[in-house]
Design a binder for this molecule. Structure first.
Ligand SMILES: [Zn+2]
Length: 122
């Protein structure tokens, strides 16, 4: 491997790193957690929900997440559910970007560790 091809690789890492940082800047409000839409039985003896699962009431939305090892459940208005669904999606996106940034960093650092002088040629 020649010195120039090695530095080209480092350039490529740097470019991919910049691109991922730009993706990171696009992140909106995020939260780790799960959105649940629950269909429930009311318990009234004559209500159809008791026998027919399709006649259950709801959906009732709940947002659950873990805080200090405990599961926290928050009831949500139906109108609020989309915001939490989006926040969960943003969280997964954030984790994906961070994982890619770390993998990329490790590869670039390994390259630099082998040949520290290659950095100056970028
Ligand atoms: Zn009912």
């Amino acid at each position: 491997m020649t010195h120039s091809s090695r530095s080209t690789t480092l350039d490529a890492y740097a470019q991919r790193f910049q691109k991922l940082k730009a993706d990171l800047a696009q992140i909106e409000y995020f939260s780790k957690g799960t959105l649940l839409a629950r269909m429930v039985r009311c318990g009234k003896p004559r209500c159809a929900c008791g026998k027919d699962p399709s006649k259950r009431h709801g959906p009732y939305y709940e947002w659950t997440y873990k805080a200090r090892g405990k599961t926290v459940t928050v009831r949500l208005a139906p109108e609020a559910a989309p915001f939490f669904r989006a926040a969960a999606r943003q969280y997964r996106k954030l984790k994906t970007i961070l994982n890619r940034l770390e993998t990329l960093s490790r590869q670039a650092l390994a390259k630099l560790a082998k040949d520290p002088s290659s950095r100056s040629s970028t």
